[in-house]
Write a protein that binds this ligand. Structure first.
Ligand SMILES: [Fe+2]
Length: 368
């Protein structure tokens, strides 16, 4: 659920939970918060990741005793057990690359003529979009729904293709349908502060998927995706780092407190990790990553526009099965991305959730 769950990427003003060190003067409001305690407890068995929104997840005492690490270990063990069952459908070369690096890069993913048809159809279409600005970068998204699929058979065939589906399912560790968007990333065209996506981070504590089929060339100096090879693996070093971060989370930056732990490049050697790889790749390259690995958007030296087909899948991590996802029923699955923005708009009006994706107008994906 991108518009719902992309909050890991967006700014939220939140109150950090009242821990023992912050609650010297408990007031009535603070006490009344605890009516939600059963919900916080139930959230332990879900993908909930925000230390800041759930005092149980954010508890220094519980995390010191291993709460965060226990969720991390169970989520990764289940993900790899699901992947073992999904593996036979994936070409060995892709599987080996993913198991080693945490990403798969496939150049010339589509036959060239087919790709050119797809690119032409998508980049010249004027499409209703939503957008979000972070720092000086604007991300614009157009949900891929039934109308777009009907109008562009190359797109429909690609998303239904066996190699696409089996690879994405393996990396996501689930056969749940991803959400699909035509995405444009515009860097340096709008005034703004530093882009928080430039900081290396893990999206969440458990394996999940993001994928890009680039419709434009991405050069190394123009905001490419970067990923730290091997950082998807739950090594003893990573576990120790996660434990330390979870215990000291009250002193961390806001996005780490919300469950997307930031890491400084200088910390990577201590975790036996190399510097990030920059995906400076030509159009028609597919890049699929596990977003519990450390990744970021590379910096951009000049104003740039990048367009891509973007996929996202994040399912609750604590299930042993690979299917059984009610939202993956075909008529629902392909409409979810279109339904989410109005649902979040309504929640925003009711004061229940902040909508960060605003109408971006009717534009071609290649427009700045
Ligand atoms: Fe991310």
């Amino acid at each position: 659920m991108v518009f719902l769950s992309s909050r890991h990427e967006v700014a939220h003003e939140v109150e950090f939970p009242l821990g023992p060190r912050q609650s010297r003067k408990p007031d009535l409001r603070a006490l009344l918060r605890w009516w939600r305690a059963p919900l916080w407890l139930l959230a332990l068995g879900t993908a909930a990741k925000s230390f800041a929104d759930n005092p149980i997840l954010g508890s220094e005492a519980l995390n010191r005793r291993g709460l965060h690490v226990a969720r991390l270990k169970l989520a990764h063990a289940l993900a790899w057990s699901r992947r073992r069952r999904l593996a036979p459908a994936v070409p060995a070369e892709w599987r080996e690359q993913f198991d080693r690096d945490g990403f798969v890069e496939v150049r010339d993913f589509l036959p060239q003529a087919r790709f050119e048809q797809l690119r032409k159809a998508l980049l010249t279409a004027e499409l209703d979009s939503r957008q979000q600005q972070q720092g000086d970068a604007i991300t614009r998204r157009v949900p891929i729904g039934p109308a777009l699929l009907a109008g562009i058979p190359e797109l429909r065939d690609m998303l239904a293709g066996k190699s696409w589906r089996s690879l994405l399912a393996y990396v996501a560790s689930t056969r749940a349908e991803p959400l699909y968007y035509v995405q444009t990333v515009v860097c340096g065209h709008a005034p703004g502060g530093p882009d928080p996506q430039l900081e290396l981070h893990a999206d969440t504590f458990h394996p999940s998927l993001k994928a890009w089929l680039f419709l434009t060339d991405v050069t190394g100096d123009r905001g490419p995706l970067t990923f730290v090879p091997g950082s998807h693996r739950l090594t003893p070093g990573r576990i120790a780092w996660e434990h330390a971060r979870s215990v000291a989370i009250a002193g961390s930056d806001r996005l780490s407190q919300r469950g997307s732990l930031r890491i400084a490049p200088e910390e990577l050697p201590a975790l036996d990790l190399p510097p990030p790889k920059r995906f400076a790749v030509p159009a028609n390259t597919l890049v699929v990553i596990d977003t519990c690995g450390f990744h970021a958007r590379g910096s951009s030296d000049e104003p740039t526009v990048r367009a891509e087909i973007w996929a996202y899948a994040r399912r609750t991590p604590f299930v042993p099965w690979t299917g059984l996802d009610p939202l993956s029923i075909p008529p629902l699955a392909i409409r979810r991305a279109q339904w989410l923005p109005p649902i979040v708009d309504t929640l925003d009006r009711l004061g229940l959730r902040k909508q960060h994706w605003h109408p971006g107008g009717r534009k071609r994906p290649i427009d700045p």
